[in-house]
Design a protein around this ligand. Structure first.
Ligand code: HEC
Length: 147
């Protein structure tokens, strides 16, 4: 890892990012509130999009989303479930503000952004299966969210 990536990792842990983004894929194993301290604006988080609440209908799950894995994040823009943020730097600033309630120093943002770059690997090649031809008895996919 470069010096910037190491400082970025240190900041990532000190600032509490690792409390939600941790483990082998640096996140992706749990649900967390998006905007613990300050909710992002409607352009990033549409107000009627309440996340996990749509499935559980539990008030505690309002605005709770899967804490995205940060592995390969440098290759997988756009960011967030709403897909509204294309710049990783902007995504980190939004996360810090909604998490810390305060802006990061621009140099800290640069360092924190450097850290996920160190967990970029080779993107897996996805080969789509060729499905059999549909017949009269082929079941159709269920598109509704089941309770
Ligand atoms: C309270 C839990 C929590 C903390 C703390 C947190 N995050 Fe997140 N993070 C999330 C959630 C939840 C999402 C997914 C939001 C969505 O999909 O809309 C996310 C998404 C992201 C994304 C976009 C990933 C993608 O593929 O869309 C980045 C980048 C990110 N976080 C970086 C950080 C950084 C850097 C910090 C520390 C400053 C941080 N996060 C702190 C919960 C958290």
């Amino acid at each position: 890892m470069t010096a910037d990536q190491l400082v970025g990792l240190q900041l990532f842990m000190e600032r509490g990012c690792a409390s939600c983004h941790s483990g082998v894929n640096v996140g992706g194993h749990g649900y967390c509130p998006f905007g613990l301290i300050e909710k992002p604006g409607a352009e990033i988080l549409p107000p009627d999009d309440k996340g996990h609440f749509a499935v559980t209908e539990t008030v505690d799950d309002e605005y709770v989303f899967r804490a995205a894995p940060l592995r390969n994040i440098a290759l997988t823009a756009p960011c967030f479930h709403s897909g509204k943020v294309w710049d990783l730097r902007v995504a980190v600033e939004i996360m810090a503000e909604s998490r810390l309630g305060e802006a990061l120093h621009p140099e800290e943002t640069t360092q924190i952004v450097a850290f996920p770059d160190s967990v970029t690997g080779t993107m897996p090649e996805v080969v789509l299966p060729v499905l059999p031809v549909e017949t009269a008895t082929t079941p159709h996919p269920v598109t509704a969210i089941l309770p």
